[in-house]
Design a protein around this ligand. Structure first.
Ligand code: ARG
Length: 607
């Protein structure tokens, strides 16, 4: 079906037409429309135009007004203040536009005009290491961006750039070779074959969670044991170093042991992603090791083209504006003096692969803001080498630190990093308590309480992460996250469930649009807000700011709350009004559900 043009764009077009009719000299001046409290919309563009034409803004504004065709869409237009236009729409235009949205499964949201291919680098934990809250942020923000971009028609390629390579593997592998039974407790647990009716529900796979915990505790034990040996036994240290060389040379036995660490870690990663109600696929896990075969060439090209130079034995790239506290330039090291390749060589090779082989038009990195300098230098190096040009938009969606209630980086009381599973379990536990308290009234079964507890708990964690601008630090405060009032996912989920309950109570009376009816102020405000969904998505997908979608949904739920307070639905004055209000309810619910789904948050039908 044809995309629905939003009320804002319809009005914008009308004003633009009036502008060029009244002032042919104005060229293609923009009306600069925005939502307003005084009227439905306000156009501010005439002020700038008046300056440009050296005219009186109020006069110009009234000339424009005289050219606006009032009637079907625009009910009233008047000059206000120094030369603004205040615009009020007809009730009919609002309901008719919404009815067109309701007729479409995409809610009338248009596809992007020129979709491209975005390679998104997110959810990238490290092999043989516990995941931390930073990995949570990357996964949650990244997954939301994937959904939002795909919804606008963008082709999205996921890349989980896991840390699966490096010198620490020499020590781990050597230890395992010398203690071969340490990981032999089970034969491979291939992910993705769980199936079954409950496989799409959050964390219902208790087996996966248990396997994940076992995997992590094995890895942790191995790590500690090998570390202890490495620090105390010089000969083991030497053997470990030789092992790194064997690993880098591609020795088969060594690689087989390395693979065991990767496989064991994946069991753990998948268990956490499962808990997060997030789908991650094996084919998209292309970690640092996936670029091994390119590293040498990457460095050779950089050296041959003079982009990188030798400095103190290392291969380095220098930048005029990147200096240390001593005023000396700090280089990006692509190859260390001992011949080892670092993080930068891998990322540069990944850029080559993503642009050349995956045809990316955008590279999006959802990575901690503390790695911003790294990405700045990596992007700049790639530009100098010609691997990135103006056809490819490289962008780090940088996120801040997760803080504890005390405002300090999130740690346990003992000062250790908090285990991600514990955190998620606690969120679900708290949420289940909240759900249980209200459950009796909603008539929920025990099964529903448990399921909803997961949706609400995991939703709360995701929403808290997504509802503030990513680059800001945020406080991980479970009490606040599962609160029923305020800017929380629970509030949104309850709004959705309330609407669903109204629709159920309506019985045989279904939602139906009645453009002939006069609307109450709260109905208009709700309707105008629903209509903005597509614009918000377009904005979020180009600015990579999912918090703006969260904010939109929160406002939507608030508009609904006001509407519900002021406008009886099932007890409205006439049958037509009942149907029209049910129509507004239904469209609000669908918009909420779609928006939450894009953020990775489920909306239970009953709560
Ligand atoms: N594994 C890294 C970490 O835990 C994040 C990887 C980010 N992606 C990248 N292409 N460098 O910090």
């Amino acid at each position: 079906m044809a995309p629905v043009s939003s009320l804002a764009s319809t009005v914008d077009q009308r004003i633009a037409d009036a502008l060029s009719a009244a002032l042919p000299k104005a060229g293609s001046a923009a009306p600069l429309l925005r939502r307003s409290d005084r009227a439905d919309f306000q156009a501010n563009g005439i002020l700038a135009l008046a300056k440009q034409l050296k005219g009186n803004p109020r006069e110009l504004a009234s000339q424009v007004v005289s050219k606006v065709a009032a009637g079907d869409v625009i009910k009233e237009i008047e000059v206000s203040g120094p030369g603004f236009l205040n615009i009020t729409l007809t009730d009919r235009a609002i309901i008719e536009t919404l009815a067109a949205r309701a007729a479409d499964t995409r809610l009338g949201v248009p596809y992007a005009e020129q979709p491209g291919t975005t390679v998104i680098d997110y959810a990238q934990p490290n092999v043989a290491k516990e995941m931390h809250v930073g990995h949570l942020r990357s996964a949650v923000i990244g997954a939301a961006m994937v959904e939002i971009l795909e919804f606008t028609g963008e082709k999205v390629i996921r890349r989980h750039h896991i840390g699966d390579w490096g010198t620490q593997f020499g020590m781990l592998i050597q230890y395992l070779i010398e203690h071969p039974h340490e990981l032999d407790h089970r034969s491979g647990g291939d992910h993705g074959g769980q199936g079954g009716p409950s496989s799409d529900a959050v964390g219902t796979d208790a087996g996966a969670a248990a396997d994940g915990e076992t995997a992590m505790s094995n890895l942790d034990r191995l790590y500690k044991a090998s570390r202890a040996l490495f620090d105390s036994d010089e000969e083991f240290k030497d053997r470990s170093r030789d092992r790194v060389v064997a690993l880098q040379a591609g020795d088969e036995e060594t690689l087989a042991f390395w693979q065991k660490f990767v496989d064991e870690s994946k069991i753990y990663f998948y268990s956490v992603f499962d808990k997060l109600d997030m789908e991650i696929h094996d084919a998209d896990i292309v970690g640092e090791s996936g670029y091994n075969h390119m590293l040498e060439e990457t460095c050779r090209i950089l050296e041959e083209t003079g982009v990188a130079v030798r400095s103190e034995g290392a291969l380095c790239v220098f930048f005029d504006d990147v200096k240390g506290p001593d005023g000396k330039q700090v280089p990006l090291i692509v190859k260390k003096s001992n011949g080892g390749y670092g993080y930068a060589a891998t990322d540069l090779s990944a850029i080559r692969d993503r642009v050349r082989n995956l045809d990316a038009t955008a590279l999006l990195y959802v990575v901690d803001v503390r790695q911003s300098l790294h990405f700045k230098m990596v992007f700049e190096t790639a530009r100098r080498a010609g691997w990135l040009d103006e056809r490819v938009h490289a962008f780090q969606l940088a996120f801040g630190t997760v803080l504890g209630k005390d405002g300090k980086p999130f740690k346990t009381r003992g000062g250790e990093t908090v285990r991600l599973q514990d955190l998620l379990d606690e969120a679900v536990e708290r949420a289940t308590a909240v759900v249980r308290e209200k459950a009796e009234k909603a008539g929920l079964s025990e099964r529903e309480i448990v399921e909803n507890g997961r949706y609400v708990g995991i939703g709360a964690v995701k929403y808290a992460d997504l509802s503030t601008s990513a680059v800001r630090d945020y406080k991980f405060d479970l009490d606040q996250m599962v609160s029923l009032n305020g800017d929380t996912s629970v509030y949104l989920q309850y709004a959705y469930a309330r609407i669903k309950s109204i629709l159920r109570k309506a019985g045989d009376t279904g939602p139906a649009a009645h453009p002939e009816l006069e609307l109450a102020p709260a109905e208009r405000a709700l309707g105008l807000h629903v209509d903005e969904f597509g614009q918000v998505l377009a904005e979020v997908s180009s600015s990579y700011e999912p918090h703006k979608l969260a904010a939109y949904l929160y406002q939507l739920a608030s508009h609904f709350t006001t509407f519900y307070d002021q406008c009886p639905v099932l007890k409205a004055d006439t049958p037509a009004q009942v149907e029209n209000r049910l129509f507004l309810c239904d469209l609000t619910a669908r918009t909420l559900q779609q928006g939450l789904a894009l953020l990775g948050i489920r909306a239970p039908e009953r709560l």
